[in-house]
Design a protein around this ligand. Structure first.
Ligand SMILES: Nc1ncnc2c1ncn2[C@@H]1O[C@H](COP(=O)(O)O)[C@@H](OP(=O)(O)O)[C@H]1O
Ligand SMILES: [Mg+2]
Length: 423
């Protein structure tokens, strides 16, 4: 009988032990630490690449953008694409803002529209189409004024090409944000915003230049993009190229919010890759209405300024109103630059537009504010391109909301009566 060496004998007795005890333990350890090892490798590689050259910096920022894309928070991808789309559109609007050539025409409703409105709308819709091809879109502009004006069409297309070539997107971002190859494609993108239903499914609402009069006057304006899901705003992005987050002279900010996740601000940069770390924003939760200041529009035709002055007085407000165009007002109060945004109608026949409030509303709410109509009722975003159940908008910090709503409601009933919804 062959002699079994002690070594071999040990091997035979250890084998089941290895198989049934040690191996499972090792496997368990591996499963536990694998993600951290892989993430270390993942961060180690870009760290290695991020030496000193600009090329490696770009690679790293692309990797960090990819990481953000895989962030599993609800609507993370929608927020990221919306921010990048607004950021890219702002490259175009900024160029037109400083140019002598604005391509201004008067729309049927007598309001002005510029080549920047058309260019920004086309760029944002190209991005939405590339990333979310099945979503519906409501947009302020359509291409009718361009189709009858080849010279203006060509100006818009040139501005788009300039914007596309002046931002250094990588191939991945181009694929996600889409591109615009010819005038026909540009016109088709502009016309993607003709959706009429805001109540069902996923619907984006865009104002490519909110505050066009401010834009032409050299004042504030905003690129405002919101996502509604079954009639509720879930994501909002406001690009305000002339607003500042602090005391500075308006170097531009981009604000965004996702329902339930708070609101943030980032500096606006011409380089998409250098979008820096965001800061959480919150409204001033003051304890008395007398400490508040109003943020109001510039255009006397867009809100009842005399009535608003009386309401300010009734609320004990002594600080002068901060006046600015566009949804930059929502942005300003969300960052604590003023407290109350009041927009009472100059005439009851005017229906406020969904794109003038979608993005701003969620940013203010996620920054600790409340938005209601002049009777204190919730705003209903499900009524299509215009608001059919609400007149007069008030946004304010929650801390003083009950006092403000009470006073505004009294003035509204006295001035306009108990207006009945058209639905
Ligand atoms: N009579 C009116 N009452 C209220 N809003 C009006 C209005 N006429 C035009 N507007 C809207 O007011 C917006 C500008 O708001 P503000 O006065 O706060 O800057 C305009 O957006 P656009 O500039 O995108 O056309 C337009 O939609
Ligand atoms: Mg507007």
């Amino acid at each position: 009988m062959p002699r079994i060496s002690p070594k071999r004998s040990t091997a035979i007795s250890i084998k089941p032990l290895l198989f049934f005890v040690v191996l499972p333990i090792l496997l368990g350890i591996l499963v536990t630490i694998a993600p951290s090892i892989s993430s270390r490798i993942y961060t180690f590689i870009p760290t290695l690449l991020c030496s000193s050259t600009r090329v490696t910096t770009l690679i790293c920022s692309r990797l960090s953008l990819r990481t953000m894309a895989t962030n599993s928070a609800p609507y993370a991808r929608e927020r990221r694409i919306a921010e990048l789309a607004v950021q890219r559109a702002a490259i175009l609007t900024r160029a037109v803002y400083t140019s002598k050539v604005k391509g201004t025409v008067t729309k049927e409703d007598k309001s002005p529209v510029t080549l920047a409105d058309f260019g920004a709308q086309s760029l944002v819709f190209a991005a939405l189409h590339a990333s979310f091809p099945n979503d519906n879109i409501i947009g302020e502009e359509d291409s009718s004024d361009l189709r009858s004006n080849p010279e203006l069409t060509s100006l818009v297309f040139t501005a788009i090409q300039d914007a596309l070539s002046s931002n250094e997107q990588g191939a991945a971002e181009s694929a996600e944000l889409g591109t615009i190859s010819n005038e026909q494609e540009m016109l088709e993108y502009i016309d993607k915003g003709d959706c009429k239903d805001s109540a069902t499914g996923r619907v984006w609402a865009l104002d490519p230049i909110d505050g066009t009069k401010g834009f032409l006057r050299g004042g504030q304006y905003a690129i405002a993009l919101g996502l509604l899901v079954d009639g509720e705003v879930k994501v909002g992005v406001l690009g305000c190229p002339n607003l500042s987050a602090g005391e500075g002279e308006g170097e531009g900010v981009i604000l965004s919010a996702v329902r339930g996740q708070g609101a943030i601000v980032k500096p606006m940069s011409a380089d998409l890759d250098s979008i820096s770390e965001p800061q959480q924003i919150s409204m001033n939760q003051i304890s008395s209405t007398s400490e508040a200041s109003f943020c109001e529009g510039v255009e006397a035709g867009h809100s009842a300024q005399d009535l608003q002055a009386k309401i300010a007085q009734a609320l004990g407000i002594t600080a002068p109103s901060v006046r600015m165009d566009s949804q930059a007002k929502y942005a300003a109060i969300s960052m604590g630059q003023g407290e109350i945004y009041l927009r009472l109608p100059t005439k009851l026949t005017y229906e406020e537009k969904i794109w003038d409030h979608a993005a701003g509303s969620i940013i203010v709410e996620e920054a600790g504010g409340e938005l209601v109509d002049m009777y204190g009722d919730a705003i209903d975003f499900s009524t299509g391109r215009t608001f059919k159940r609400n007149k007069g908008f008030i946004a304010m910090p929650k801390s003083i909301a009950e006092d403000v709503k009470k006073v505004v409601r009294e003035f509204a009933v006295e001035t306009y009566g108990r207006w009945k919804s058209s639905l």
